[in-house]
Design a protein around this ligand. Structure first.
Ligand SMILES: [Zn+2]
Length: 244
């Protein structure tokens, strides 16, 4: 199955980390492109210094509160990533995040929200209220729920499923929650809102082969043909990031 990987990283904030990603892309013969998410200032800096190495089929999505003085290629996609655990954001920070993003106006077209509750810092688990706030405050922009909510996938379906500008990838959730209750909501999205699901792996944390197998299982549950799964996933990412 040909795929566009909507969720990948460099393995470390260094030239070696970039080269590891390039080697990975070379090895993945069915990968047509991807979204390189930069969660930290260090990652933005190292990619900015090595832009000549970044292939054209990579969309870059930097963290949301980075300074404006980075190269155009970093900001080109107009998407930003919000990772509440890395940025240590709690519920009381949501209004500040929203007003910062409002101040950026049309220089932002979409948001990726890390939505995989994990670890002891439970106060940073604000992905669901943040997603709802972003989707309703910015009705013309898109919100991509990275990881589909992890063990909160049912809550996301209940509270954010009705918001048409909210999209989902199930990167890494297919690995941690394989064959559990938490995988069922994505099959439901594939069935009822196939235009709102994209394929993602969270490489190097997840592998394409395993993710493709899980997406195919979900497509079966959704009574979606395998060739339609490939076509729809490619089409959705093309639309979401304005690709050719
Ligand atoms: Zn990730």
């Amino acid at each position: 199955m040909k795929y566009f990987d909507s969720h990948i990283h460099i393995t470390e904030p260094s030239l070696e980390g970039i080269e590891a990603l390039l080697k990975h892309m070379d090895d993945q013969k069915n990968m047509v492109g991807g979204v390189l998410i930069l969660n930290t200032m260090e990652e933005v800096e190292v990619v900015s210094m090595n832009l000549n190495k970044i292939p054209d089929n990579l969309v870059i999505v930097p963290y949301y509160n980075m300074p404006d003085n980075y190269p155009e290629r970093i900001k080109q996609s107009k998407w930003v990533k919000i990772h509440s655990r890395i940025s240590r954001l709690t519920v009381s920070d949501i209004p500040g995040v929203i007003s910062l993003l409002k101040s950026k106006g049309d220089s932002i077209a979409g948001f990726i929200v890390d939505s995989f509750p994990w670890g002891t810092g439970i106060e940073y688990n604000i992905s669901l209220p943040l997603t709802i706030k972003l989707a309703t405050e910015f009705p013309d922009k898109s919100v991509l729920v990275a990881h589909g909510g992890g063990y909160e996938s049912w809550q996301f379906r209940a509270h954010a499923g009705g918001l048409k500008n909210v999209f989902f990838d199930f990167a890494i959730s297919t690995k941690y929650y394989e064959d559990t209750e938490y995988m069922k909501p994505l099959a439901k999205y594939l069935k009822h809102s196939p235009e709102r699901v994209v394929f993602g792996t969270d490489w190097p944390f997840g592998e394409a082969k395993q993710h493709i197998k899980e997406y195919q299982k979900m497509a079966d549950i959704a009574l979606m043909k395998q060739e339609d799964l490939e076509r729809i996933m490619l089409e959705n990412s093309r639309k979401l990031w304005n690709l050719k």
